[in-house]
Design a protein around this ligand. Structure first.
Ligand code: ASP
Ligand code: MG
Length: 405
């Protein structure tokens, strides 16, 4: 017997027929003798619609009311799934965040889970009950409903698995696992059987949209084994787990890309102490995240160019901060939205040299210019012109021998 948390995303609960299909999947797990807790997203499209209502009502709406509204999507699906499970003879009960409670901080719209009181649910599961928990929501210190940021029901599922001391957290979605790269672009992309927490965290934060980044952080912290799989097939998915569980570790596990970046270059800033602080201080004060940074050498020993990237959505704000708030003089400001960040990720890089070099030479062979580079222990990212996205992904996928046979 195992204790399992099953999570179903928006497309998996997109209509009543699909919710009934989900109920069958849950019943199958119960029939195998497992203790099961379920968490659900809103029906696909519903959260977007609710967000749109808030924006229409007032673009500068109160974030507490936004949460009261957008949390309702999950309330509907948790109740409906409980009814469909009862129909199949399962003793199921829906739970809203505040009822458990799932305690969060007060950052309305993007709250973090602080604690889940799981004892009561565990007792009920031991007696054969199946709790169906509304994803994406919690209760804040002011006793008001909070939501956990878009895609947040993944985080609900993982946090619940940690609180219930579950053996596994199965995340059912519309793809059947985590792929070496985006299969819509690279036809030879392979489904991974297993991937480490560290790699999955890089994949998620570098643009792979399978899991909410916070849910992976949570899984890594609490060592929750997470399986990503499709609710529309019976095939096994991808297990996100500890390095020790993976016998054959590839050098590179995946290639991610993100079109969400924009490039900013400040031409002719002086080459002296305090310049970086003078540029990035005001940006960080404005809550703008800077990702990749390069500072060129100065040819004359006096001035240099500083190039960096911010999220595309922050570009306009970033340029106005630069124009209005920067005390550092510069000669020109250039921006470019037509860029993509491509990253190769693999825990094997820690112990093997040459991974970055292979990336650079592969892109060079295709005539693709690298504009900015950044690296960490387990990834190398480059910024290139957006028009080369497909070409770069395919070439790199082949170069690192990831193509399916
Ligand atoms: N329904 C929420 C959203 O669309 C949460 C989720 O699906 O994970 O973002
Ligand atoms: Mg999702």
């Amino acid at each position: 017997m195992a204790r399992i948390v099953m999570k179903f995303g928006g497309t998996s609960v997109g209509d009543l027929a699909r919710i009934k299909n989900v109920a069958k999947k849950v019943k199958a797990e119960v029939d195998r003798g497992n203790q099961v807790a379920v968490t659900v997203s809103a029906m696909s499209g519903v959260t977007n619609q609710l967000v749109a209502y808030c924006t229409e009502a007032n673009p500068l709406h109160d974030a507490r009311e936004y949460d009261a509204i957008v949390a309702t999507g999950e309330q509907v699906t948790s109740g409906l799934l409980a009814i469909c499970l009862q129909e199949l003879g399962i003793e199921a009960r829906s739970w809203q965040g505040w009822q458990i409670p799932i305690i969060s901080d007060d950052a309305h719209g993007k709250a973090r889970i602080v604690e889940i009181k799981g004892e009561d649910l565990i007792k009920r599961m031991e007696k054969g009950q199946v709790p169906v928990v509304a994803g994406f929501q919690g209760i804040g210190p002011d006793n008001r409903i909070t939501t956990l940021g878009r895609g947040g029901s993944d985080t609900t599922a993982v946090a619940l698995a940690a609180a219930l001391k579950a053996d596994r957290c199965d995340i059912y979605t519309d793809v059947d696992g985590v792929y070496t790269t985006d299969p819509r672009i690279v036809k030879t992309a392979k489904k991974l059987d297993k991937i480490t927490y560290e790699e999955m965290l890089e994949m998620a934060s570098l643009g792979a949209k399978v899991l909410q980044t916070r849910s992976v952080e949570m899984a890594m912290k609490h060592r929750v084994r997470v399986q990503v799989l499709s609710s529309f097939s019976d095939a096994p998915g991808t297990l996100v787990c500890d390095e020790e569980e993976i016998v054959e570790q590839e050098l590179v596990s995946g290639i991610a890309y993100s079109r969400d970046e924009a490039k900013i270059t400040l031409v002719g800033v002086s080459d002296q102490p305090g310049v970086a602080a003078g540029i990035f201080g005001p940006l960080s004060d404005a809550n703008i995240n800077v990702d990749m940074i390069v500072q060129n050498v100065s040819q004359d020993g006096k001035t240099t160019d500083m190039t960096f990237t911010v999220g595309k959505a922050d570009l306009d704000r970033a340029t106005s901060v630069i124009k209005d708030k920067l005390k550092i003089p510069f000669k020109a400001l250039n921006t470019d939205k037509n860029v993509v960040k491509v990253s190769v990720i693999g825990i094997g890089m820690r112990s093997h040299a040459g991974v970055a070099q292979k990336m650079f030479s592969t892109l060079a062979e295709k005539g693709i210019n690298i504009q900015v580079i950044s690296t960490s222990e387990i990834k190398v990212s480059v910024l290139i012109a957006e028009e080369y996205t497909e070409l770069a992904l395919r070439a790199l996928h082949t170069a690192y021998e990831l193509d399916a046979a």
